[in-house]
Write a protein that binds this ligand. Structure first.
Ligand code: BES
Ligand code: ZN
Length: 463
């Protein structure tokens, strides 16, 4: 890559700083990970605050103007690099909150005590998202300390409610959009295609998360004395859930597919061209068959088609031995993964209509609408995308593949709506990083490559 501008001339100084700093960057990341900033559990509120302060102080030490912005929930950290005239502004988003984790969930080691093993760092938050967003902080630090300042304007927005789909970030965007104006947005909170195959994610699914509570008799009943005369809410709930799919694996809710953006021929060709071994995939997951919507491949089904899954189901008795109870109530948590053009509120309404239609007689129900996010597909033929691809090529040693992923990152929709820019999703993780599960990990080499890619990306964006 020829040094085409002033920023690239300083690249070797930045690169040397990054090389020299590797050990320290990892130690600092470990310190951030040791803070158990679990956003879902109020007992960890002091920890989420401590993580926010850690991020603010780190940004401050690098020479950014950083502050904590209070919300009704967990705080948001904003950091700004010194202004450089005539250069674009990049918004870097990350989340310092993590999913709950207890050693008893099946972890090999303590979840909040990072352990290095086989080139990976094992801990909750290692890849989702502390290890990933921290790459951008260290990249910015390198420019500040060794490159004479950042070659572009950078605004950091690191929040603490991503894992709980908090409404506070939306409020923040609605109120402060003017202060977040940017030309590019970048997020590292997704995955590479495979080890040695970096990826840029150009599509994410959206989400519509609901809870369905079914009420029957006012108290639990003896199923021998009352079964047959009184509707069982657990039976009713199962019937409703069973009605959500047809036997072709499609969601059987009227209107569900109305707005679904169809997969273009070129996308189907790209999916088919990606290196993917179905039998190895089955083996890794420990399943005999892969199933889903008829007419689509596994890769299409898990990243570019809408789905419905139940996440939890309760009611009645599930302790040891039998108990012949006809339960008074039952409940389920479920969600729909959405694709572009589907509106999560419209999907929630369609679900309401469906339940009204199929709910058996003799029970009542309530539906709670938890959170939503739109599905997104971003432009791939843009200067920002080209800059990201060059930067990844330099840092990872090969050009990234373009992929769509099945997970959701709600802020991408907020950035599009309020700031009118597409987000570049530059994920440094791997598909087997165990996010939201025991033994979460992040490759240490990818951590350092991510830092280098971010640093290079800032240079590639400079005019
Ligand atoms: N980093 C993930 C999303 C992700 C995972 C994107 C894998 C691409 C590939 C993110 O932190 C997450 O878990 N999001 C939630 C969304 C939410 C509203 C709770 C999700 O997708 O379930
Ligand atoms: Zn997550």
């Amino acid at each position: 890559m020829p040094a085409t501008n002033a920023a690239l001339e300083k690249w070797s100084a930045v690169e040397s700083y990054l090389k020299a700093g590797e050990g320290r960057f990892l130690d600092e990341l470990k310190n951030l990970i040791r803070i158990p900033s679990v956003s879902a559990q109020p007992a960890h509120n002091d920890d989420t605050r401590e993580a926010a302060e850690f991020v603010r102080d780190d940004l401050t030490r690098s020479g950014m103007k950083a502050e904590i912005v209070e919300t009704a929930g967990h705080p948001i950290v904003i950091g700004r690099s010194p202004h450089v005239d005539g250069q674009p502004t990049v918004l870097v988003y990350g989340h310092y909150d993590v999913q709950p984790a207890e050693k008893a969930d099946g972890w090999a080691t303590e979840p909040f005590e990072p352990v290095e093993k086989n080139g990976n760092l094992y801990a909750r938050g290692a890849t989702d998202d502390k290890g990933q967003f921290y790459t951008h902080l260290k990249a910015a630090e390198a420019w500040m300390k060794a490159g004479g300042g950042l070659p572009v304007n950078v605004v950091f927005l690191i929040e603490g409610e991503e894992e709980v789909g908090g409404a506070n970030l939306e409020k923040f965007f609605a109120e402060k959009a003017g202060e977040l104006a940017c030309d590019y947005a970048v997020i590292s909170d997704s995955s590479q295609w495979a080890p040695g195959v970096p990826a840029v994610t150009y599509g994410l699914r959206g989400l519509c998360y609901l809870e369905l509570l079914v009420q029957g008799p006012k108290t639990d009943l003896h199923s021998g004395m009352f079964g047959g005369a009184v509707a069982n809410p657990l039976n009713a709930l199962c019937k409703i859930i069973a009605s959500l799919h047809d036997d072709k694996g499609r969601v059987a809710i009227e209107g569900f597919y109305d707005d679904v953006a169809p997969l273009a021929d070129w996308e189907r060709a790209e999916f088919a061209a990606l290196p993917f071994d179905e039998s190895a995939f089955r083996e890794v997951l420990g399943v005999k068959e892969l199933t889903g919507e008829a007419g689509f491949t596994t890769l299409e089904r898990k990243s570019a088609r809408p789905t419905c899954d139940v996440h939890g189901l309760w009611g009645g008795y599930s302790g040891p031995g039998p108990k012949t109870v006809l339960p008074a109530k039952a409940g389920a948590k479920l969600s729909f993964r959405l694709v572009p053009n589907q509106d999560n509120r419209k999907v929630a309404d369609a679900f309401r209509k469906h339940v009204a239609k199929v709910c058996p007689l003799g029970v009542t129900y309530e539906i709670i609408d938890h959170h939503g996010a739109p599905g997104v597909v971003v432009e791939t033929d843009t200067p920002g995308m080209a800059a990201a691809r060059r930067a990844i090529d330099v840092a990872f040693g090969r050009e990234p593949v373009l992929v769509r992923e099945g997970g959701s990152i709600p802020v991408v929709g907020l950035i599009k709506d309020h700031l009118k820019v597409d987000t570049l999703l530059l994920g440094w993780g791997q598909n087997d990083d165990n996010l939201h599960a025991p033994d979460e990990k992040f490759s240490i080499a990818d951590f350092h490559r991510g830092i280098a890619a971010s640093a290079r990306f800032f240079a590639e964006l400079a005019r």
